[in-house]
Write a protein that binds this ligand. Structure first.
Ligand SMILES: [Zn+2]
Length: 63
């Protein structure tokens, strides 16, 4: 596991952000279920957001 680098400016000062609440990612077709928060890596130098992923990917298992 190497250091993450910002694809925009090359900085390695990468923080981690979390989108939750109304911005959470909802499984399509399961409007009433709770979704998953979104975790994202954020460059603390330029603010670029990259590598977004679901906190609970098991909620998106296709049937
Ligand atoms: Zn950056």
């Amino acid at each position: 596991m190497g250091l993450k680098k910002c694809p925009n400016c090359g900085s390695d000062r990468i923080g981690r952000g979390k989108l939750s609440g109304y911005a959470a990612l909802q499984p399509v077709g399961k409007a009433l279920s709770f979704g998953s928060a979104i975790i994202a890596d954020v460059c603390s130098d330029c603010g670029f957001i990259f590598n977004m992923y679901a906190e609970k990917p098991e909620k998106f298992i296709p049937r």
